[in-house]
Design a protein around this ligand. Structure first.
Ligand SMILES: C[S@@+](CC[C@H](N)C(=O)[O-])C[C@H]1O[C@@H](n2cnc3c(N)ncnc32)[C@H](O)[C@@H]1O
Length: 384
């Protein structure tokens, strides 16, 4: 048996019951926060009647919560997202490696004498990272822009993404940046004003120390690999990459109507993955939200594309809600989009997700700039 399962925390996989949140086998799921992620117990619960030979698809996979739930259930899964940050985090949910291999890779990259060719400059960068921390971040960035294929590379890249920004810790630092939220990167001008007003200068952080801790935390106890892939793609176009699969389960949560700034909210992590060193509002690739009708039509295309790669009798489970600034009826909108897809999705039931305890709903991930979310629903459909 592989050494990493042979310890007092071992579990019998595939899991039938989700262990306590503190169980070390669930740690990989929290490797990097993502705006509007849904709680792990939602896809895990949906899959309770699934057979481990069946396959799972999430066409709006975000940080890969459905993929990780499928792994715990012993199932192969595929995730799709247009956001490079989402794809990088979700890919790490499928890897199999050890903390030692990740740490060795990190040491090798940081030791290299090669100077980074591209270091961003300006007031934001001076105040966000200590110069020596930024130098190390740029080294890692340039390595991953060149290659990120092995399990260790995918794992290390996700750990770095998870540490890019977050609150300053008085004792052992967990994040590389000056004070920032961890779920999204605040805007440069706002950040500069905040740091200046509060006299916050960036601390010199030892990246390797953080990586060593996080690699052990997230990768010491991994569920067995079950295979699968994450694709960076727009699911409103035919899912050609998935044509070899026949999915039995689709568990997903589309962006809520008018929620279209996923890449911009993650602009600092997106820069690490090769994006611009400032917020780029021209980044496309999200569903069109120009009107409710257009949005319904776009979602309809997604359900049709998904049906094309599903087995007969496949189950579709969608968590959906609405922003207070665009108070649409989530049930009506989803039903209209499924009708529009005109490809055999039959709605079985719609339930409120609101009965889930506070702190566990996807809505709880939104920050105050989006406001209080309307009630979320879970829609269950089958492909007939
Ligand atoms: C509500 S989030 C999903 C969060 C996910 N359930 C999780 O737990 O992390 C919706 C996701 O849809 C992605 N998205 C938006 N338009 C897309 C499109 N046309 N194709 C694929 N993904 C898209 C966004 O980038 C975002 O990550």
């Amino acid at each position: 048996m592989d050494k990493i399962y042979n310890n007092k925390n071992s579990l019998n996989f595939p899991l039938k019951i989700l262990p306590k949140k503190s169980n070390p086998f669930l740690r990989l799921n929290t490797i990097c926060p993502y705006y509007t992620m849904f709680p792990l117990d939602f896809p895990f619960r949906v899959l309770r009647k699934a057979n481990s030979k069946e396959k799972v698809l999430d066409p709006f996979c975000g940080r890969g919560t459905s993929n990780f739930a499928a792994r715990l259930r012993g199932m192969e899964s595929v995730g799709i997202d247009t956001n490079p940050v989402a794809c990088a985090i979700a890919s790490a949910k499928l890897v199999h490696t050890t903390p030692e291999k990740i740490i060795e890779l990190c040491k090798m990259i940081l030791k290299s004498k090669k100077k980074p060719e591209d270091t961003p400059i300006g007031e934001f960068w001076d105040l966000c990272y200590h110069p020596s921390t930024l130098h190390q971040v740029c080294k890692l960035r340039e390595y991953f822009l060149d290659r990120c294929e092995s399990n260790e590379e995918v794992a290390l890249r996700a750990i770095v993404l998870g540490t890019m920004h977050g609150p300053r810790n008085k004792k052992t630092p967990s994040y590389l940046s000056n004070q920032m939220p961890r779920t999204y990167a605040s805007k440069p001008n706002y950040s500069i004003k905040f740091w200046e007003k509060n006299h916050l200068v960036p601390l010199e952080i030892n990246i390797l120390d953080i990586i060593i801790r996080k690699a052990h935390y997230s990768f010491s106890h991994l569920p067995p690999s079950t295979g699968g892939e994450i694709f960076k793609a727009d699911c409103s176009y035919p899912l050609n990459d998935c044509s070899v699969y026949e999915f039995n389960w689709v568990i997903t949560s589309p962006p809520y109507y008018q929620m279209k700034t996923y890449v911009q909210d993650q602009w600092l992590r997106n820069w690490f993955l090769g994006g611009n060193p400032e917020i780029d509002y021209s980044v496309k690739g999200q569903l069109s939200h120009s009107s409710q009708e257009t949005f319904v039509g776009e979602l309809g295309k997604v359900w049709k594309n998904v049906a094309d790669v599903c087995a007969p009798e496949a189950k579709l489970v969608i968590r959906f809600g609405a922003l207070p600034s665009s108070p649409v009826n989530p049930t009506e909108l989803l039903r209209a989009s499924l009708e529009k897809s005109n490809c055999g999705w039959k709605v079985l039931t719609v339930k409120y997700a609101g009965s889930i305890p506070k702190g566990k709903r996807q809505a709880d991930q939104f920050s105050k700039n989006v406001g209080e979310i309307q009630r979320e629903i879970d829609l269950y459909a089958v492909l007939r």
